[in-house]
Write a protein that binds this ligand. Structure first.
Ligand SMILES: Nc1ncnc2c1ncn2[C@@H]1O[C@H](COP(=O)(O)OP(=O)(O)OP(=O)(O)O)[C@@H](O)[C@H]1O
Ligand SMILES: [Mg+2]
Length: 279
């Protein structure tokens, strides 16, 4: 990812102020495997950003870097104005409190129930009463379309249910930044649409900054205000229009593929909704 190219000028100070999260010159290798080289990118405050790119290019790693779960070898990462790369674990905790994270595999604790998985961060980090916690857990389970799942264990959930529980857990502390790794993966079109609408509503009503990784899921493109495209050697960012205006075949190929799928997926959702309403 050397010589990153951006669709918006990075020396525009107003753009920097509007960034809730920014990475400058971030390099990361795992042993001899270079994952990021001099990556520069930013994610605007109160907007929905989508990170696109092929499998293995480093999308999940980017979210883990932002969440402070992985540290880069060089470069700086600012989250809400705080440079996080040199913070000690305890100091990093203050930054992490602002962030909710949906991991690619759900990352639920296997030995406790769905209810406890979601309630756990509230018991650990808030002063809420038991009744308030129960109410909050059910509010977020309902928001992701799950009912009567309190007593189930993660092994008893389908893939799509696991992701929705993971999302409820990421949101339950009402963070100001939500990092979502493939929020629609494994969901049927109606459930995916519900999650898409939920994310848009959280963004619109509460000004939540969302950074979602999308592998090949078209619905994320519909809601994105800002896109970041990762390639093995470089990266691009901007609005969809700005990216489409860049003269680079890789971007056009990637986006046209995604847009075609997006249109057919939208038609599928409308067809299913019509079928549902005529029942
Ligand atoms: N903890 C780790 N140790 C060693 N290598 C790692 C580790 N985490 C990620 N990698 C490597 O970093 C690269 C990027 O991985 P990452 O999971 O970020 O890709 P991705 O873009 O999210 O892919 P996908 O779309 O398949 O989820 C891969 O080559 C992966 O093998
Ligand atoms: Mg990934």
């Amino acid at each position: 990812m050397s010589a990153p190219t951006t669709a918006t000028p990075r020396d525009d100070p107003s753009a920097a102020c509007a960034e809730h999260i920014s990475l400058r010159g971030v390099s990361l290798s795992f042993g001899s495997r270079v994952v990021m080289q001099e990556l520069n990118c930013g994610f605007p405050r109160g907007k929905i950003s989508v990170v696109l790119g092929g499998s293995g290019v480093g999308k999940s790693t980017l979210l883990r870097l932002i969440g402070g779960l992985v540290r880069p070898q060089t470069g700086s990462i600012e989250v809400d104005g705080e440079e996080t790369t040199r913070l000690r674990e305890r100091e990093l905790y203050t930054v992490r409190k602002k962030i909710g994270m949906l991991f690619q595999n759900g990352a639920l604790l296997d030995s406790i129930t769905v209810f406890d998985n979601i309630a756990f961060p509230l018991y650990e980090h808030t002063q809420l009463s038991s009744d308030e916690i129960t109410e909050r857990v059910h509010e977020f389970l309902e928001a992701v379309g799950l009912y009567e799942v309190d007593e189930l264990f993660p092994a008893q959930l389908s893939g799509g249910m696991t992701r929705r529980v993971g999302l409820a857990r990421a949101m339950v502390r009402q963070p100001e930044i939500l990092l979502c790794d493939e929020p629609f993966s494994g969901l049927d079109p109606i459930s995916a649409k519900r999650i898409e609408l939920l994310l848009c509503e959280l963004n619109r009503k509460h000004g939540l900054t969302i950074v979602a990784v999308s592998h090949d899921i078209p619905s994320t493109l519909r809601m994105a205000h800002h896109l970041t495209m990762l390639f093995p050697q470089d990266s691009f960012e901007g609005t969809l229009e700005e990216l489409l205006a860049i003269d680079d075949d890789r971007i056009r190929n990637f986006l046209s593929l995604e847009l075609d799928e997006s249109l057919s997926s939208q038609a599928e959702v409308e067809r299913l909704e019509e079928e549902g309403s005529s029942l």
